[in-house]
Design a binder for this molecule. Structure first.
Ligand code: 5GP
Ligand code: MG
Ligand code: MG
Length: 176
């Protein structure tokens, strides 16, 4: 049985501020943020705004097909990145589980010759092979983010969009 954790939006904001504070205390201000699509997009936007950075790039990479069913290696779908040479790069995702995604993205970014690469996520699973440099909390549950709910419901039910009451029922159950 999968145990779910459904953080409220306020916890996400709290988590992002915590992560940004850790970077500032570390004297780390990135030149460029690389967001991992699609879960890293909103955290990347929040971190970018907190630091006053507008330079965001993207890497499209997919590992999980659904909850706890994974392909063997993350699959790189597309790389929307340029001008990283001699730049300080911060890779951002919502959560690290095995750490494979951060690892794969780090390897790609290395090829662009940045001066420094660091990574940040909101959460990390205790068993992750690679921990991000900055994170808010260690959690051993399956996290359903505020930006993830429809994705999770879609992947786990065949409720059509016009039956949206059913979506909400499912989400309420997941929250318990
Ligand atoms: P990893 O490569 O570290 O095993 O997994 C990281 C990727 O898998 C993240 O980009 C995220 O999209 C997805 N993922 C891993 N664990 C969770 C989770 O608990 N909740 C959600 N929503 N996505 C997860
Ligand atoms: Mg995701
Ligand atoms: Mg992802």
């Amino acid at each position: 049985m999968v145990e779910y954790y459904v953080p409220k939006w306020e916890e996400i904001e709290e988590g992002i501020l915590d992560v940004v504070e850790k970077m500032v205390n570390d004297d780390f201000v990135p030149d460029v943020i690389v967001a991992i699509l699609t879960g890293g997009v909103i955290p990347a936007k929040l971190v970018a705004d907190a630091l006053g950075i507008r330079n965001i790039k993207y890497i499209d990479i997919k590992f999980y097909k659904g909850i706890e069913s994974r392909e063997r290696k993350p699959v790189i779908k597309a790389v929307y990145v340029d001008n990283l040479e001699n730049k300080k790069v911060l890779i951002i995702d919502d959560v690290a589980d095995t750490g494979e995604t951060l690892d794969a993205v780090g390897n790609i970014i290395t090829m662009y010759n940045p001066s420094l690469i660091r990574s940040a996520t909101v959460y990390v699973k205790p068993w992750s092979r690679k921990y991000p440099d900055y994170y808010y909390k260690i959690l051993d549950k399956w996290i359903i983010f505020p930006w993830d709910k429809w994705e999770v419901v879609r992947e786990n039910t065949n409720a059509p969009i016009d039956k949206k009451e059913k979506y909400f029922d499912i989400l309420r159950k997941l929250r318990k």
